[in-house]
Design a protein around this ligand. Structure first.
Ligand code: 13P
Length: 349
């Protein structure tokens, strides 16, 4: 299948009542791990790259690796998404390269650190949405501010410092026309999300439910959704790592989110942990080895296992064959003639 629009994947997920994992990549092995997991579980999938990933891998390498993935796995609906674009120009360059969706994270100023005003966020996100939709590309906005820092991007602090206000979320969606909306309900990027075991009241699910009730057509996005499993932490520490005790987002909380309008679930940290643990294990157990394949193969397999597990847990498993790709040119027509409009946005209170 050619690269497809994230909007199509999320519309289908909404119809089927499931979530789609959006997994971050920086290199070929991570893309391979995700595609093998998608094949194993018969799942549609979103692969996303941040500004840091684009700088690390270089745009052309990334894009051509994604084309190879689409070519090698024609049965898998696959979208290529820009994670946390910080400006119009970053989103524009991703669209010109061939990304099929972009996130304009206008919740922060272009420095990627300082919270922006509501007006600034609306202005830049609407500009990106207008530009992207004309070209058939879907757009994710963010309202409220996530905690933590990832790839140098983020306001830092706890996930509860700038949670999303439902009234603002509705106004933001109305003014910008985004396809999907990342909301802040207490999650944060990275491994250090919670200092004690979350008890089920840790995320602001009431906010999520309130937002979904009022914006039933705008797909919600849950960032910072790694579960930071103890077994993956233990492997790293067993083989010389020094992770401090930490907890991530329980999978049941994500599943509750999916029941209430979350369609895109962002996961990066769990895969980083899986890869690092597998590599450390080889280095400690077989210090004589020096062929990168000796540690990259188990690293790739460890990531595949995490991704396949999440695909089953998020419900996307088994849905790869449900639909055929809508071309990006046809998506552009749908935005132009209003069939892809998310309006009327607001359901009765
Ligand atoms: P994690 O750090 O929890 O994996 O979150 C990743 C993310 O939200 C990417 O945008």
């Amino acid at each position: 299948m050619p690269l497809v629009s994230t909007r199509q994947l999320l519309d289908e997920a909404a119809k089927g009542g499931y979530g789609v994992g959006a997994f971050n990549v920086n290199d070929m092995e991570q893309i391979q791990a995700i595609m093998e997991a998608a094949k194993e579980t018969n799942s549609p999938v979103i692969i996303q790259a941040s500004r840091g990933a684009r700088a690390f891998a270089q745009d052309n390498y990334l894009y051509h690796l994604m084309l190879a993935a689409a070519e090698l796995y024609p049965q898998i609906p696959l979208a290529m998404h820009l994670d946390h674009g910080n400006s119009f120009e970053t989103c524009e360059s991703a669209i010109k390269l061939g990304f099929t969706s972009v996130m304009m994270d206008g919740s922060l100023k272009p420095d990627g650190k300082t919270p922006a005003t509501f007006a600034e966020n609306v202005e830049v996100t609407k500009r990106v949405a207008d530009y992207a939709h004309e070209r058939g590309i879907s757009v994710e906005g963010e309202i409220g501010v996530l905690g933590g820092i990832e790839d140098g991007h983020g306001a830092g602090g706890s996930g509860l410092e700038h949670v999303t206000d439902p009234d603002q979320a509705v106004e933001f969606a109305e003014l910008t026309g985004v396809d999907s909306l990342a909301i802040a309900i207490g999650t944060s990027h990275g491994a250090y999300k919670f200092t004690k075991k979350p008890d089920g009241s840790v995320l602001k699910m009431d906010l999520l439910i309130a937002i979904h009730k009022r914006l039933p057509k705008t797909h919600l996005v849950m960032h910072g959704s790694s579960s930071v499993p103890k077994d993956l932490q233990d492997i790293i520490n067993q083989y010389g790592g020094k992770l401090k005790e930490t907890w991530g987002v329980p999978v049941e909380e994500i599943q509750l989110g999916i029941k209430n309008g979350v369609r895109k679930v962002n996961v990066d940290t769990d895969n980083r942990l899986a890869i690092t643990g597998a590599i450390r294990k080889v280095f400690v157990e077989s210090p004589e080895k020096f062929d990168p394949r000796d540690y990259m193969k188990p690293a790739r397999a460890a990531m595949q296992k995490v991704v396949a597990t999440r695909m089953v847990q998020f419900g996307q498993a088994g849905h790869a064959g449900d639909y055929t790709a809508i071309s990006i040119a046809d998506m552009a027509k749908g935005y132009a003639d209003g069939t892809l409009s998310t309006k009327p946005l607001v359901a009765a209170k």
